[in-house]
Ligand binder design. Sequence first.
Ligand SMILES: Nc1nc2c(ncn2[C@@H]2O[C@H](COP(=O)(O)OP(=O)(O)OP(=O)(O)O)[C@@H](O)[C@H]2O)c(=O)[nH]1
Ligand SMILES: [Mg+2]
Length: 417
Amino acid sequence: MRLNSSNSLLSVPSSSLQIPEFPVGTNEGVNESIEFSLVIPTYNEAANVCKIVATLTDLLDEFIPGDYELIVVDDDSPDRTWEIAQSLMPEYPQLKVMRRQNERGLSSAVIRGWQVASGRVLGVIDGDLQHPPHILLKMLRAITEGAEVIDLAVASRHASGGGVSSWSVLRRFLSRGAQVLGLVILPEVLGRVSDPMSGYFLVRRSAIAGVTLNPIGYKILLEVIGRGKIRKITEVGYVFQEREEGESKVTWKQYIEYLHHLILLRSSTGRLAQLSHHFNIPIGRFIRFALVGLSGVFVDMTLLYLLSDPTTLNFPLTRSKILASEIAIYNNFLWNDIWTFGDISRQQKQWHQRIKRLLKFNIICLAGLVINVFVLNILFNKFGINRYVANLIAIGIATIWNFWINLKLSWRVTEVK
Ligand SMILES: Nc1nc2c(ncn2[C@@H]2O[C@H](COP(=O)(O)OP(=O)(O)OP(=O)(O)O)[C@@H](O)[C@H]2O)c(=O)[nH]1
Ligand SMILES: [Mg+2]
């Protein structure tokens, strides 16, 4: 059992977002691990933090006295939540506080908290009292005392006994809509629980240790189910309470991030991802490259119309097509540089490096065009394949060429000084 001997803040890990198999600084975790670590992510929860710490302490002191810790992870809240939490530490020996000044975001806050945790079971609960604390014991019992090994216990608004207290029709609709969308994109993750959007759950450390979790978005549970080794799951119904103090941090940005998160998880955990891992093919990148290519087709078409159509500028066709294609190439380069290969280009940001990439991309795409015309001709003239089917095949082959050669030559990871 380790208690906080002073009221100093926890230092923020700077390593990749991986949960260690054993608590940091312990000898294979044998003696030093404790039963349960509960992370409370906070941002401007000054009005709630005292109450939630007191309530959770009362509950857990009864159930597993001294064998748990509460870890408040605060993102340097302007209302100084971290300072208030820190001032509670002498009164609550199981409380630890982390103040993050260089990172932001709910999911990464939870992961950072788990990284410094000592528990064999790791949990998360909102800091605004919307998650009823007493449900925690039901979940903890299920994981620690159940006859069979349960890796994950989720508090669910859609399981029996669950609900939302007084959400507007719009919010209910958005929440359910997001769930249905998720079920379509990622059925094997969202289909496993009735409330995949829940931010209130406990997970066995061993089920998520060693995998790198992604900090994107608000929905850390998706990450845990998608990337963890989660065998059996149990759900406990709960009613999502109204916020009494403080303000919600949910904005439209979270919905966009959610979509991005689903796509990322899909491309990195699905069957395609396993194949791509097996054969070392960057499927996710290729899908992004193909989507960017599609946007280029729209640019090309629109410009061709604006430049060459008799009702618009009426320029000669060939000249218009060359100009339209060239601008489409710039469009594609821009998005590929920012998005498809963003991780690589962020390491090579100087202007001369960008221009070099653009020139290479341009030449490779022009060569791709030659391949496109060549394949189209062969398929149509030699094999008698329908011209549109032949064109589709030719576009496919040229896209693979463009992707592969650009991957190897334009967005190569070179030594960065
Ligand atoms: N550390 C940290 N905590 C956050 C961040 N954003 C939200 N939180 C906390 O995460 C919990 C959930 O955030 P809320 O804004 O309440 O989200 P919600 O409960 O889904 O939505 P509401 O019903 O509108 O409250 C709260 O304890 C917040 O203080 C963040 O960027 N960093
Ligand atoms: Mg809330």
